[in-house]
Design a protein around this ligand. Structure first.
Ligand SMILES: [Zn+2]
Length: 458
């Protein structure tokens, strides 16, 4: 399963939500352009004193693709998001509270002020919230939950489930302690295609057939009574079974009629979710993602999340960035450079010097001096690789060593340090052993110090 379908009460459409992809798209969504367009529109409204619903609609549609839930609720919950954005902007930029802005528009001078007044009145009476502020908070919430669950090294699937459980339960405990009624907190309902609130319209072809059939029963029903209850939970069974009473004795239609509906129901087989809020659908996506075994990893380079792949052990994403390459590709390209900042020419110079100096070990150039020199060289090479020293430093050291090498007389025949210098070529400069001190901590003597040392030796 890589996607789920959800519906809302506000329209008769089905919305597809691609697991993890929708979430990542939303948390990374850049609302800057929308925000700028809102402010521009607000400025022109203020200047002209007018309020053009058409212009507001155009700006509202700019962010249709931020999340399918926004798309689904664009004409209900998010109908006035542009106005919400402007209200937030005015309060923020003029450093005033909602109450003050409301009072300022209480005797509106134009349609724009009236719209602001009406909208703030809706907030004040609990009929609406500032949806622009809400969408920003939801984005922050989704990012926080993503980091809480997935940031860090790869762990077992159970651990991700545990982290999610802990996160959600912390929320529930906090809400309970604050006295927020659970019935008012976000939730998702799960339906089959025939029991959704708008199924009668959404599965319309078969519904029409059924209606035709039950019309005679409906005609005979005299004033069905529905009394709004004090507690809706208490009477759910009662009203639904009251409705069912009228279907008592309903017989199964003949084969042909059912066959006609077969294709419809085959296509609609599955689960349909009805989230009652933005948070509810964000939470649902986390649940379904983990149920489907989707695990996300945070890229060490760009900080964005990517799908965990068992065959990839690194920590970089494979998304194409503005450079046209993925972090993984960029890393792979830079890797050889990082590993081999020392050019072949310099490597050859090191080898030649090593051979030449090792052959000069003797009376004038002691073995411990050679060891010390080769240790310097080794550390220097290591430091260049880890950027603790520059390639220029290494070249300066090589120049110094070459001069020194030219001045050192060849070893006398009697003092043989290496037993087999002629048979076996000298080993290449060895890589530092891990148990040795960190190259960064090693203090490399300055050229001046080396010169002084050389002078002393003379
Ligand atoms: Zn990346």
């Amino acid at each position: 399963m890589d996607s789920i379908v959800f519906v809302t009460k506000s329209n008769n459409n089905f919305y597809k939500l691609e697991l993890a992809r929708t979430l990542l798209h939303f948390v990374e969504y850049d609302f800057t352009y929308f925000w700028e367009q809102c402010i521009d529109l607000g400025k022109s409204c203020r200047k002209l004193g007018g309020y053009s619903p058409k212009q507001f609609r155009v700006v509202k549609n700019l962010i249709t693709k931020c999340h399918p839930y926004y798309e689904a609720q664009i004409n209900s919950d998010f109908e006035h998001i542009v106005l919400d954005c402007l209200i937030e902007y005015i309060c923020h930029s003029e450093n005033i509270g909602l109450e003050e802005l409301w009072a300022r528009c209480i005797s509106p001078k134009n349609a724009y002020e009236k719209a602001i007044f009406v909208r703030i009145s809706e907030y004040k009476t609990g009929r609406a919230i500032n949806q622009w502020a809400n969408i920003m908070r939801i984005q922050e919430y989704a990012r926080a939950k993503l980091d809480y669950i997935f940031e860090g090294d790869i762990v077992s699937r159970n651990m991700y489930v545990t982290r999610k459980g802990y996160f959600d339960l912390s929320f529930s405990v906090m809400a309970k302690e604050l006295g927020f009624p659970s019935s008012e907190l976000p939730a998702v309902k799960r339906y089959n295609s025939s029991l959704m609130p708008n199924s009668a319209f959404m599965v319309s072809k078969v519904s029409k057939l059924i209606l035709k059939k039950i019309n005679p029963i409906i005609d005979e029903i005299k004033d069905p009574v529905y009394n709004p209850p004090v507690s809706r939970d208490a009477i759910r069974d009662q009203i639904s079974l009251d409705a069912f009473t009228f279907l008592r004795g309903m017989s199964r239609p003949d084969g042909m009629e059912l066959e006609a509906a077969e294709e419809t129901f085959a296509n609609l087989d599955g689960e349909y979710f009805l989230p009652d809020s933005f948070k509810a659908i964000i939470d649902l996506e986390f649940d379904k993602m983990l149920e489907s075994g989707i695990i996300l990893q945070k890229c060490a380079k760009c900080g964005k999340y990517f799908f965990y792949d068992m065959n990839y052990k690194g920590r970089l994403c494979n998304r194409v960035s503005s450079s046209g390459k993925t972090c993984r590709e960029m890393y792979d390209e830079s890797k050889p450079i990082e590993e081999k900042p020392i050019t072949n020419d310099i490597e050859t110079r090191c080898q030649i010097l090593y051979t030449a100096l090792s052959n000069k070990v003797g009376e004038e150039f002691k073995e411990n001096e050679f060891k010390e020199w080769s240790q310097y060289l080794e550390n220097m090479r290591e430091n260049v690789k880890t950027e603790a020293a520059t390639i220029e430093d290494l070249e300066a050291f090589l120049e110094y060593s070459e001069r020194m090498c030219a001045e050192v007389k060849s070893r006398p025949a009697v003092k043989v340090i290496r037993s087999d210098p002629m048979q076996a070529p000298p080993p290449p400069v060895k890589k530092r052993e891990p148990e040795k001190a960190e190259p960064q901590k090693y203090r490399f003597p300055t050229l001046e110090e080396l010169e002084r040392k050389e002078d002393r030796r003379r």
